[in-house]
Design a protein around this ligand. Structure first.
Ligand SMILES: NC(=O)C1=CN([C@@H]2O[C@H](COP(=O)(O)OP(=O)(O)OC[C@H]3O[C@@H](n4cnc5c(N)ncnc54)[C@H](OP(=O)(O)O)[C@@H]3O)[C@@H](O)[C@H]2O)[C@@H](O)CC1
Ligand SMILES: [K+]
Length: 465
């Protein structure tokens, strides 16, 4: 995992900084590195346009003073406006190195470029509304805007907006991404996110940003069963099961059997559709040791027949992917009813139905749910979180907003089952499937329907071989 992809909490970031200091690096040296990295980004984006740097009382403000000093030395017309006195040793030092005047933040004139170095990971509450309004007004009137580490007002760990936060051009994450850089709604507060390396060791991180996964073609001696046999157990709405089957078939799996309640036809003939009149038929058709993954949930329904089909899948003993109606059916029975070792793909509503109102960030909630259920979670949304019971997590951020359309969840569920059958590794399958889903959407462009994602999947996979 590359350095830039680690995601830390504020406390983990502080611990990582302490570890750097323990190696003999002076605290102020880290601030100089942070300021220099951010200044370089501002220089490249805005050049010599006039710049106003807003500095807060803590180390985020200290970064701001460093940025101001370095850019002034490059000939940028820089002004600094501070929010009172600097309160930390490093920020005092950075301020002392700034040779220019320090204006009052409420009377400083706007500038073409603005740097928000008011608060970063030390934000403890929302900004005073008057200050938040001032920050929004100055940012809105600037042509170029930069948030140092985080926009002021953003909660580092949850991504919540504790006060009004303006839209920035660039957010410079210092040393590592923090949760708020990937989670909503904060991840929507800038156009571009850049992580600046300042020499922080993030190798111990357990939460990462989902990156393009390496994938592998079939081996010369592979055959359809060794490449993974998938079952999709359908129900009331045949189309959803069919869509999931098609996604599984385009995931790289060797064979897909759609165990359907009704035969609707259409779609690739390579998919074997088998009619199951009831749970007994489902159990009989699943009685095949070659299945490497069984998906149940898309279009399943919520009646007694659906419950019986779900139970037949659960007692089959095959690796399970549980989605949609399967999750709703299980939610009524409590967490203990969730089969250990499954992959669950809840959206927000299903998640709350299954696990209740858990505390913490979306990452915390996903990890706690994965631990309680002893399952892999794909907690869906525009900031989908994959979580494992052992504490690993991945965040996929920035996926196409066009994915918010009917059937895309069925496609994802089919992909998860397909990749599980191919790899036999639940966490890896979840990561690969989520990435492929996002990549297919990116390739499909705009206003696509879920079926269009299927067409893009082979090229998305090919791009990772
Ligand atoms: N550690 C390092 O060496 C390095 C750190 N680096 C940088 O430091 C940043 C973290 O610095 P930090 O911990 O000093 O916190 P920071 O975000 O500046 O603010 C804390 C101050 O603000 C205050 N305050 C909080 N909320 C407030 C509010 N709503 N309204 C008003 N006041 C509020 C708070 O007061 P209190 O909550 O105690 O009342 C405290 O005085 C980090 O994001 C990165 O940019 C880099 O330079 C690399 C080296
Ligand atoms: K900031």
């Amino acid at each position: 995992m590359s350095k830039a992809e680690a995601i830390l909490t504020a406390a983990q970031m502080r611990a990582a900084e302490q570890a750097v200091f323990a190696t003999g690096v002076p605290e102020y040296e880290l601030m100089e590195r942070a300021g220099a990295a951010a200044a370089e980004i501002v220089w490249r984006a805005g050049g010599k346009r006039d710049l106003l740097v807003l500095c807060g009382p803590g180390n985020n403000g200290g970064d701001g003073f460093v940025i101001a000093r370095l850019l002034r030395a490059r000939g940028v017309p820089v002004r600094v406006a501070a929010l009172g006195e600097s309160l930390t040793p490093s920020s005092l030092k950075a301020r002392a190195c700034w040779a220019g005047p320090v204006e009052d933040i409420f009377s400083a004139a706007p500038a073409t470029q603005i740097v928000d170095a008011l608060f970063g990971t030390g934000l403890s509450r929302g900004l005073d509304p008057v200050l938040a309004d001032r920050l929004c007004a100055l940012t809105a009137s600037a042509g170029f805007s930069y948030a140092v580490d985080l926009p002021s007002g953003v909660d580092t760990d949850s991504g919540a907006l504790l006060s009004a936060v303006p839209a920035f051009g660039i957010c410079v994450a210092l040393g590592a991404f923090k949760s708020a850089h990937l989670l909503q709604p904060s991840a929507n507060c800038w156009q571009r996110l850049i992580c600046a390396d300042i020499g922080i060791d993030v190798s111990a991180a357990t939460v990462h940003r989902l990156s393009p996964p390496p994938m592998f073609p079939p081996k010369p001696l592979d055959h359809k069963y060794s490449r993974g046999l998938v079952a999709v157990v359908g129900g009331e709405m045949a189309g959803a099961g069919q869509l999931a089957s098609h996604a599984a078939a385009h995931s790289g799996a060797g064979m897909v059997r759609h165990i359907a309640r009704d035969l609707v036809g259409g779609g690739p003939d390579a998919i074997i559709t088998q009619k199951a009149d009831g749970a007994g038929d489902v159990g009989r058709l699943l009685n095949d040791a070659r299945f490497k993954a069984v998906l149940v949930g898309p279009g399943l329904g919520l009646d007694q027949d659906a419950t019986a089909r779900l139970e037949a899948a659960m007692v089959s003993g095959h690796p399970l992917v549980l989605d949609a109606d399967a999750l709703t059916l299980l939610a009524g029975k409590g967490v203990d009813a969730i089969p250990a070792g499954a992959i669950l793909t809840p959206h927000e509503g299903e998640f709350v139905r299954l696990f209740g109102d858990l505390p913490g960030s979306k990452i915390d909630r996903a990890l706690e749910a994965a631990r309680r259920a002893d399952a892999i979670l794909i907690y869906k949304g525009s900031d989908s979180v994959i979580a494992a019971p052992d504490g690993r997590a991945m965040i996929a951020s920035g996926s196409s907003a066009w994915l918010s359309t009917a059937g895309t969840g069925d496609v994802l569920a089919g992909l998860v089952a397909g990749r599980l059958a191919v790899t036999g590794d639940r966490y890896r399958a979840a990561c690969e499937a989520l990435w492929l889903h996002g990549e297919a959407a990116r390739r499909a462009g705009a206003a696509f329907v879920a079926d269009d994602l299927l067409v893009e999947l082979p090229a998305a996979i090919a791009s990772r071989l």
